[in-house]
Design a protein around this ligand. Structure first.
Ligand SMILES: NC(=O)C1=CN([C@@H]2O[C@H](COP(=O)(O)OP(=O)(O)OC[C@H]3O[C@@H](n4cnc5c(N)ncnc54)[C@H](O)[C@@H]3O)[C@@H](O)[C@H]2O)C=CC1
Ligand SMILES: O=C(O)[C@H]1OC(=O)[C@H](O)[C@@H](O)[C@@H]1O
Length: 274
């Protein structure tokens, strides 16, 4: 039975996956800075700060595969992103190599490519267009993943997650929504599929308004069950409560693009076409 380590176990995704994963991976080790408040007596937990290599090595001991959800999960101060995502991301891959872990699934983000406009359908092979310091840290994580696959033989899967949750929250999320059970499918492909070397998937359910080409995930067996359009009324009602955001409404990354934006808001450009 493989031992699977899940970092970020106390976070939003971790809390949801703690309920969905045990039937599939009964030997599940959870980690985060602090234990989840509702940790059950059957759950195994070891605290670790990703920024501390020795602590990360300790949680990788005896592990076969890692679901890496730990990290700073939104735009924020450079030092926080540096510690948790850049140093922390590097430490995770390096500790995994040292401890002989075979597979890593890395939670990347749509914000690695957030400055593509919404009318531009993109695959997983486009040049990175991060929309934030946070997005830059996800591009870094994907690059470290490629290095550790090509040089050290780890099987690495990066999932550029759209927006995880029970339903799409607004107009933008109708295109990028990811149902929890569909994320579990993508994690299983990353951990178990025999053909994994280095893969990038988009973490999105079956959304009619998708702006991503996710065919590689489907080739490897992904069959999402979530359909964004089933929640169209709810998402549009929520959208109606939001203020117009000319920059965020144009680009895929939404508000991550418009925050701290210094360009001309009346002349928004598809820079990726130049
Ligand atoms: N929720 C979403 O829709 C999306 C999430 N992601 C990524 O998925 C992952 C999980 O996301 P969420 O659960 O929503 O985030 P979250 O912020 O709820 O959880 C992240 C967890 O990482 C832990 N963490 C942060 N710094 C750490 C450190 N230095 N050492 C150890 N643990 C640390 C936090 O304590 C927290 O429990 C993140 O990497 C995020 O960037 C990507 C795209 C969308
Ligand atoms: O773009 C989005 O909606 C999501 O992207 C992310 O990378 C963040 O971790 C999440 O908090 C956002 O809600």
């Amino acid at each position: 039975m493989p031992r699977i380590l899940m970092t970020g176990a106390a976070g939003g995704i971790g809390t949801s996956l703690r309920k969905l994963l045990p039937p599939i991976y009964p030997d599940l080790l959870l980690s985060d800075l602090k234990a989840p408040a509702d940790l059950g007596k059957d759950e195994k937990f070891k605290a670790a700060d990703l920024a501390d290599l020795a602590q990360v090595e300790a949680i990788c001991e005896g592990v076969d595969g890692i679901l890496h959800f730990g990290g700073y999960s939104v735009e924020g101060p450079w030092d926080s992103i540096l510690q948790s995502n850049i140093i922390g991301g590097y430490n995770l891959f390096e500790a995994a190599r040292k401890k002989g872990v075979e597979r890593i699934v890395f939670a990347s983000s749509n914000h690695a490519v957030g400055f593509y406009p919404r009318h531009h359908r993109i695959g997983t092979d486009v040049t990175a267009r991060p929309d934030s310091r946070y997005g830059v840290s996800k591009v870094f994580g994907e690059a470290v993943g490629a290095l550790y696959a090509d040089k050290h033989g780890l099987g690495v899967t990066c999932i550029r997650i759209g927006n995880f949750g029970e339903m799409p929250l607004d107009h933008r999320r109708l295109s990028i929504w990811l149902k929890p059970e569909d994320l579990v499918q993508l994690c299983r492909i990353g951990l178990d599929h025999p053909d994994i070397h280095f893969e990038i998937f988009y973490g999105a359910s079956h959304n009619e308004r998708a702006w991503w080409d996710n065919h590689r995930a489907y080739e490897l067996g992904y069959r999402p069950t979530g359909r964004g359009e089933d929640f169209r009324e709810h998402a549009m009602a929520e959208q109606a409560k939001l203020k117009p955001d000319p920059v965020g409404d144009y680009y895929q990354g939404g508000t991550f693009c418009s925050m701290e934006f210094d360009g001309d808001k009346d002349r928004i450009v598809d820079w990726s076409k130049r």
